[in-house]
Design a protein around this ligand. Structure first.
Ligand code: NDP
Length: 334
């Protein structure tokens, strides 16, 4: 038996409750690995799934939780043995198959990565999908010629939705790598928090949220990491330096994008999509290794709070309202 959050659909409405489940209810796969889960996380997508929003889940009953870390209990996969420490993010775990909001999870072994050396399971989940995504965004900007020197010369790298999970890790990471960082937030109470993570410029969310009539505006940013989408992304595109790049990560502020081709034609701006879910395994492993090397752990600890499975129903609503700050680790055994 194991304890988990079980979502059920009754009359088109999704309900969530903590239940004791038999092990034989776990999904099965070829090369399956069963993991005793220690920690999971709360991501924006988990908030959507917990609240039955967005049709991300294939079928009910369902155990959500898109990230988890723990110890292998049984393995049909040649690369994993009982006792191995592992991490799971992406591959639609917690959406198309059962995820990490339970004391046990079973996934395809190919979806796991070994717990990166130098990380505890808790810190791996303090990173989770959000941390991995922030790292992938930084890697893609670097591959397109964004450098700390350019951020000093052409304008800072702008992080939007900065007090959220992806945003907080991105600010800390960029600062640690020597970039000049601007952070956009809608929460004035997080200004000191963002400065503490390394932002030297704070931009009010409202300033970027207005509908802009101008496809090009005076240059303010050398690059951007955007969690917000919508009018915010249109603003960032209009204000990015010639040859600059924007890593488009999320849509917390909307999925529509109203712009023109002018930022691309007249300034050669690159709009680069980030997909941490189906990202190839080699790049995933490289991103984990970079996180361990480049992100100061005391900064990660400063953005992390811990909660239990029982707190998730409330927190799942708060994250959708943009009220969660930084990263929330879920201790599934609490
Ligand atoms: P969080 O909720 O932790 O952060 C999102 C932040 O966006 C909030 O903290 C808030 O920042 C800002 N925000 C929220 N609502 C609005 C709004 N209506 N208008 C403008 N800004 C808003 O979520 P995550 O960091 O986990 O995820 C951020 C986004 O990235 C989500 O859309 C998520 O789905 C996506 N994502 C994509 C991934 C990928 O692989 N592409 C992987 C992970 C996440 P503040 O208070 O500072 O303004």
């Amino acid at each position: 038996m194991f304890k988990a959050i079980l979502l059920e659909e009754v009359g088109g409405k999704v309900t969530a409750a903590i239940r004791e489940l038999e092990d034989n209810r776990l999904p099965d796969f070829e090369n399956a690995v069963t993991v005793a889960v220690e920690y999971s996380t709360l991501n924006y997508k988990d908030g959507m799934i917990l609240n039955g929003i967005g049709r991300l889940v294939r079928g009910y009953p369902h155990v959500p939780g898109v990230d988890f870390a723990g110890t292998v209990e049984t393995s049909d996969h040649p690369d994993y043995r009982p006792g191995d420490r592992v991490v799971s993010t992406g591959w639609r775990v917690g959406e198309m198959s059962w995820g990490g909001y339970g004391e046990k999870a079973r996934v395809k072994g190919d979806w796991l990565v070994p717990l990166p050396e130098g990380l505890t399971a808790k810190r791996a989940m303090a990173l989770g999908t959000a941390g991995l995504t922030a790292m992938m965004a930084v890697m893609v900007l670097e591959e397109h010629g964004v450098t700390p020197e350019r951020s000093a010369q052409d304008g800072p790298v702008l992080v939007t939705g900065a007090a959220g999970g992806v945003g907080s890790v991105a600010v800390a990471l960029l600062d640690a790598l020597g970039y000049k960082v601007a952070a956009s937030t809608g929460r004035p109470e997080t200004h000191d928090y963002l400065r503490g993570l390394g932002a030297s410029v704070i931009v009010e969310r409202a300033e970027l949220a207005e509908v802009s009539k101008r496809p090009l505006a005076p240059v303010r940013w050398t690059a951007g990491i955007d969690s917000v989408g919508g009018t915010t992304l249109a603003h960032v595109l209009a204000e990015t330096a010639p040859g600059g790049s924007i890593a488009a990560v999320g849509l917390a502020g909307g999925s529509n994008l109203e712009t023109t081709v002018l930022p691309f034609l007249l300034r050669g701006v690159n709009l680069l999509g980030i997909d941490s879910v189906m990202c190839p395994q080699a790049r995933r492993v490289a991103a984990w290794a970079r996180l361990v090397k480049d992100l100061p752990m005391e900064k990660l600890d400063a953005v992390t709070e811990t909660a239990g499975l029982g707190d998730l129903l409330t927190l799942g609503k708060e994250i959708l309202k943009g009220q969660v700050r930084g990263r929330l680790v879920i201790d599934v055994r609490a």
